[in-house]
Design a protein around this ligand. Structure first.
Ligand SMILES: [Zn+2]
Length: 297
């Protein structure tokens, strides 16, 4: 499939935006706030990297953690990126470790997911019967490969597989929940990647995540409750330093990943997720279809 190699986007946190802007990894050219059928999307900023462009979107707001994961307007953000012509999304996220072999500050590129969210709009095509999409690879294998190579190019290591479990939040998980998630095969637990990844697939966009582990999940290691601290004592001072190091690698990891993607045409199956419906004449312009579904609901 021929594709526009410039059609790249990064979804990250507010700190991620500051790091991109302040570290000379690309030049910001303009800002767009796309109106969508779901309300305004998070602002998208166009950056010019080394031979490519990409859109950057702050998932939780640009000034800090303004919007908790449960209240992110995932449909608006994905619809907006599709409208801007994006075909491939690299997501940046900091989950906790359910698997004790993953330490705070470690990178992982998950290959599979478990959805334990409860109250999030997760379908663009309500009322149509569309959306019966195979999930053999919920994260794009091409972006995953580029991200794994991109992380390695910065001198860091990355687990090249992992099961990401998404909870509703905003509270953190109980020790009993984490124990159960571990028995299910989850390696990482977070609140942000779903339904974002599923919505991107509905829009036939590639999506994969670079995860940096922010802490051991509850009960994975014994930790006293310390009031007034981040995660109330779940993170030691030495671990915090490692996490900060991973965060500061963000612009470099993203630049290495996007550089690889920009030199490669899309050859995965993400772009034909709705092909069956297209052949039946039921899925033409996906943005328009989603818009008409939103009007009816
Ligand atoms: Zn793909």
């Amino acid at each position: 499939m021929r594709t526009n190699r410039a059609a790249l986007a990064v979804i990250g946190g507010s700190k991620a935006y500051d790091l991109l802007r302040d570290n000379g990894f690309g030049k910001e050219e303009k800002k767009e706030i796309v109106k969508t059928p779901y309300g305004p999307a998070a602002s998208a900023r166009l950056f010019h990297g080394d031979g490519y462009h990409y859109w950057f979107m702050s998932r939780h707001g640009e000034k800090g953690y303004d919007t908790a994961a449960a209240y992110v307007n995932y449909r608006a953000n994905i619809w907006a990126l599709k409208k801007l012509g994006v075909e491939r999304i690299v997501s940046w996220s900091g989950p906790g470790a359910v698997n004790p072999a993953i330490a705070p500050g470690d990178f992982a590129v998950p290959h599979d997911a478990i959805d334990m969210t409860r109250n999030r709009a997760s379908n663009f095509f309500e009322g149509t019967g569309l959306g019966f999409i195979r999930m053999s690879e919920p994260f794009c294998p091409e972006i995953r490969a580029a991200a794994i190579a991109g992380i390695a190019a910065t001198g860091a290591g990355a687990r090249d597989r992992g099961v990401y479990l998404c909870t509703e939040g905003p509270r953190l998980e109980t020790a009993a929940e984490i124990k159960m998630f571990g028995q299910w095969g989850a390696d990482l637990v977070g609140m942000t990647l779903l339904p974002e990844a599923f919505l991107a697939r509905q829009m036939e966009m590639c999506y994969a995540a670079v995860c940096y582990c922010t802490n051991y999940a509850e009960g994975v290691v014994a930790r006293d409750f310390r009031e007034g601290e981040l995660f109330e004592g779940m993170l030691s001072a030495a671990e915090k330093e490692k996490v900060e190091d991973a965060v500061f690698r963000f612009p470099h990891v993203i630049a290495e990943t996007l550089h690889r993607l920009s030199r490669r045409e899309r050859g995965c199956k993400c772009g034909v997720a709705m092909e069956r419906y297209r052949r039946e004449g039921r899925a033409g312009d996906l943005l328009q279809l989603a818009k008409s579904c939103a009007k009816k609901s």
